[in-house]
Design a protein around this ligand. Sequence first.
Ligand SMILES: Nc1ncnc2c1ncn2[C@@H]1O[C@H](COP(=O)(O)OP(=O)(O)OP(=O)(O)O)[C@@H](O)[C@H]1O
Length: 335
Amino acid sequence: MCPRSTDPPEHEPVVSVTGLTKRYTGESGRVTAVDNISFDIQPGQIVGLLGPNGAGKTTTVKTVLGLITPTHGDISIHGIPVHEARSRTYNYVSAVLEGARNVYWRLSARENLAFFAGLHGIDPQARVDRHEAIIDTLGLTGKADEPAKNLSRGMKQKVALGCALARETPVLFLDEPMLGLDVETTRDLQTELQRLVQEEGKTIVITSHDMDIIEVVCDRVIVLNDGEIVADDSVDNLLDVFQSQSYRVQLTETPPAHLREQLDTRFRLLNWRTDTDCVEFEIGLAGSEEFFECVDILQTAEATVRSFTEIDPDLEDVFVELTTSESLPPEETES
Ligand SMILES: Nc1ncnc2c1ncn2[C@@H]1O[C@H](COP(=O)(O)OP(=O)(O)OP(=O)(O)O)[C@@H](O)[C@H]1O
């Protein structure tokens, strides 16, 4: 029988990554996909792993799962070194990876759930209620006896997710879990993931390009860019740190041509728009010094300011900021 405990050895994080580097040798030479990253994940966290295309998310996840050998670094799941004892770690972790065929296409959703539970040492007969609840949450009830091969892409995705849930491991890695799901199922699944963490003490790592989902579901976000971690903090802290740093400015008359260039050189200038009777732009100002400097520049250029309003950031704004600028903007993110 496989271990059912959701508690890692005392004081151990459930996932621990230290100094992970992965280099590939491709046609265009050596690529450092992941560059010396370290993070721990504690039991009961829902962590979003974010980053633009090519940032190193898939490499990180697959290396943590033992599917890719790291160039350097140590990884453990529940205290077990992944690259020395990969099969032992599978007692603790399930994964749904994008593009991977996780389910048996000849089996129905019900049969797949029973099969994966059984593989993991769980008696499916004893878990019928649990499996029906998973099927219900995923909106698969009407299709639960249909062979998976006859289901739509989104439905197959749901069955794969159901199989991962049926294994009842304490740690779940979900790569783009909501991709292809309709709005209602996405919402149900968000609720279910939160319930799994709050009531069953699961630990979940989600990669997604959908910031709204991450913002709703995750309590911590790790942002990768060019193989490096550029932020690792709670969603609330990340939003707080960026709060009041972006402003939308409207000028009533067209300002002198050099103003745009001057602002762009000095600050983070976005979405410059010229209308018939006004100019509008967004500007990122780190702290009061930059704020007053900007006001000074506008006054010197004799620009007539119609409005100067704070923009409330959402996680998407934070993400764009982190992955398009050279460095971490505010110091507080590292606290
Ligand atoms: N097998 C491979 N051989 C060579 N280079 C690779 C290989 N796999 C990934 N890479 C490169 O490593 C870098 C990171 O890729 P990775 O797939 O981990 O990023 P990602 O953040 O998951 O991207 P996406 O969001 O597009 O899936 C990219 O530059 C990619 O081209």
